[in-house]
Design a protein around this ligand. Structure first.
Ligand code: 13P
Length: 340
């Protein structure tokens, strides 16, 4: 029964070419983004911003699930309605980030391991009781010099699989997010090699620990050169490098692959997703979708600036990005869509 429920959730999240909206920034990350725009870094400002997001008219047409943060899943609209209820009423499945962040990896300077396994079984039970039906755990892998180390890949893959097994036991679909970071001057070839190596290790641990492939979602990075690399490839080259790496390393039984945006501009992330749909449509064993935070939210956040009078314009910008990404899943996105 649990197994069928998990499969149904994984399918529903991406039905009608929908994708996920990541709004699970931790308090420090959210505050950092607010500070850059002169928005007060208070709990009320964060609540107001998240209310703007969850009440965006029509959002459920393009978004199948929203990833919340511990603070956010407990918050309400100003009128007292819980955010979880607002989402469910809009046809959006609530999800929850359950890792507690990437911490320095002892003995491996410059590398991190994601923490949060202690007490996770109890926390998952609580989130399930609050209405969450899927979860997220993000590991980060840096490229540069001798990095990543075998140790960094191994410990993060092990933790991702432990988290995923606990989620499935608790009735939550795990989103498994091993993010190879964009920071640095590495080439696209280097990112491709590291991404493939990381994914192989993740799926090795997933197999070892008995995680059911049909009941999980992969949230990978796109294969990109480092942000400081002098040679920047075309949209089509990124699409090809990304899908080819995934085809080599991601089992076909996984129902969906939903990309993170990782610091790409909103329009580029959409164009690259679109190119993957156009060029590989008939060859993709999994749904290829989006689970963006910055690439969906950033234009809206910049318009909002913490002011009530900007809420409508910000919501329109958020809806627009969600719609563009849904269109990209169909392979029908073009620059024209940005002109309206
Ligand atoms: P970005 O799309 O901003 O990379 O965020 C995705 C995410 O959920 C990071 O964990």
């Amino acid at each position: 029964m649990k197994s069928q429920a998990l499969r149904d959730i994984a399918t529903t999240l991406f039905g009608d070419n929908k994708g996920l909206l990541a709004m699970d920034e931790s308090t420090p990350t959210c505050n950092k983004r607010f500070a850059r725009l002169g928005i007060p870094q208070t709990e009320e400002a964060r609540r107001a911003y998240r209310e703007l997001i969850v009440t965006t008219p029509g959002l459920g047409e393009c978004i199948g699930g929203a990833i919340l943060y511990d603070e956010t899943i407990r918050q309400h609209k100003k009128d007292g309605t819980p955010f979880v209820k607002v989402l469910i009423d809009a046809g959006i499945i609530p999800g929850i980030k359950v890792d507690i962040g990437a911490k320095e990896l002892a003995g491996y300077p410059g590398e991190k391991v994601t923490e949060g396994l202690d007490g996770l079984r109890d926390r998952l039970a609580e989130y399930f009781g609050m209405g969450a039906r899927f979860a997220k755990w993000r590991a980060v892998i840096a490229i540069g010099g001798d990095l990543p180390s075998r140790c960094c890949i191994a410990v993060n893959a092990n933790a991702l699989a432990r988290y995923a097994a606990l989620c499935q036991e608790a009735g939550l679909v795990p989103i498994v997010e091993p993010e190879v970071l964009m920071q640095g001057n590495h080439t696209i070839e280097s990112c491709s090699e590291v991404t493939e190596k990381v994914l192989r290790e993740v799926f090795c641990q997933i197999h070892l620990q008995g995680v059911v492939l049909e009941e999980m979602i992969l949230k990978p990075n796109m294969v990109l050169p480092g942000s400081d690399c002098t040679s920047q490839p075309s949209v089509e080259e990124v699409a090809d490098a990304t899908v080819n790496a995934l085809l080599r390393a991601v089992p076909a039984a996984v129902p969906a692959v939903a990309f993170l945006s990782g610091g790409q501009s909103a329009e580029l992330a959409t164009a690259r997703l679109n190119a993957m749909s156009v060029r590989f449509k008939s060859r993709l064993p999994w749904a290829v979708a989006f689970s963006f935070a910055r690439a969906i939210q950033q234009p809206a956040l910049e318009l909002w600036k913490g002011r009530d009078e900007n809420v409508l314009a910000a919501q329109q910008a958020l809806y627009h990005r969600a719609r563009c990404n849904q269109t990209a899943r169909r392979g029908e996105y073009s620059q024209e869509m940005e002109k309206v």
